[in-house]
Design a protein around this ligand. Sequence first.
Ligand code: GDP
Length: 139
Amino acid sequence: MTGNITLTMIKPMAVKKGFIGPILHKIAEGGFRIVAMKYMKLTLEQAEKFYEVHRERPFYQELTEFMSSGPIIAAILEKENAVQAYRDYIGATDPAKSEAGTIRALYGTNLGMNAVHGSDSDDNAKVEADFFFSSLERF
Ligand code: GDP
């Protein structure tokens, strides 16, 4: 069975470039309902914890430093088969290879600064949603 929530972040460079509004608009247009949302800045330690699964990858330090370099939007999105639906909607990891019209193609800068995060499994969606939001912050 597939789950109905995924966790997204609008990453620091997309926030800096003024893309919060356009990206939220795109998310709504894609039929994703916002269950929870916050505007915040991760500490380096929080970014390291969030990306723990990537600790052994060569870009871990670059990724965590970037993700804690400025404010982000974090949100839980709801839709049927949300994880896969949202990954399809945002496009490939590298914006240069993302399908035209996807969020990463439209608003991504490069591989590291690819505009948004999307959970990669139902299990991780739950862990990531719990990382950011209590039950009182979900509607
Ligand atoms: P995703 O599931 O499409 O987000 O991709 P991954 O799980 O493979 O990687 C997680 C995040 O790490 C990506 O969204 C990128 O922002 C970043 N990332 C992946 N590969 C690289 C890389 O080679 N260099 C840098 N700087 N960042 C990377």
